[in-house]
Design a protein around this ligand. Sequence first.
Ligand code: SAM
Length: 292
Amino acid sequence: MANEYKPLPYLASAQAVKAVTGKYQFTIQKKYGQNFLIDEHVLQDIVDAAGISEDDYVLEIGPGIGTMTQYLAYHARGVAAVEIDRMLIPILEDTLQGYPNVDIVHNDILKTDIAKLVEEKNGGQPIKVVANLPYYITTPIILALFESGIPAESITIMVQKEVADRMQTGPGSKDYGALSLAVQYYAKPEIITEVSPASFLPQPKVGSAVIRLTRHEKPPVDVKDEKLMFRLIRASFNQRRKTLANGLKNAGNLHFSKEEIEQAITALGKPLTVRGETLSLEEFAALANLLS
Ligand code: SAM
């Protein structure tokens, strides 16, 4: 149940965003992927999809002027909001002043020790990640979240529609790639809703989608050397048009002989002409186990 002493969120409209940015003479920074949400239905969908309750501690990436942060703070026990843009910090201190359960952290999420932050703020207990991500660094942020090993129960994020499709898809689709495999190794992806450019100010040039990634308790495949599997995946998709054998032979950070590669592909039950983009996660794991 929401805490009745916290103010109701009030920033989800074009009028409110203009009033706040005007008051602080804030200029929206394209370089930081700033597209602020102005649609309360979308915010409610995100909070519902993440299942935020008073038991939850939330990590928000890129709070902007605090629009979603207010919603999260209203529903959750606590929120840590990591924002890169120094000019937004005084704005956040203003818009979030009625919410004592929010910690504003001025930092680049890619330079943040996320595991340490979670340990400090929530004693290392499970958290939920919620964000309307800056689109210029979506993939590195998602990978950093997984690789940090933080106890994230779920990650509910707004991303470019095309990127959401990439996370969900399997072999045979043009969208299938290293991101699909990384996400599916760590989590179960589900697209929650599509969001039109009209829900943001300024409007992005692309469609968006909310996707929820629920972390697997145990990865769906057994792999002896995770790092090797991801190197094989990257090498296969870096040279999509090449055969798997050539992709692996040409990769600078893999040092297998032609014979070793060909033997492993044959042992996998594939022809030597197979392309990496046709392999499933299970097959990449098996290939890594054969080569490790
Ligand atoms: N959450 C707000 C909303 O929904 O209205 C803003 C979302 S906006 C798409 C992305 C936010 O991420 C911006 O506030 C931007 O300044 C911030 N941001 C961009 N790069 C970042 C980074 N490396 N670390 C932390 N925040 C970042």
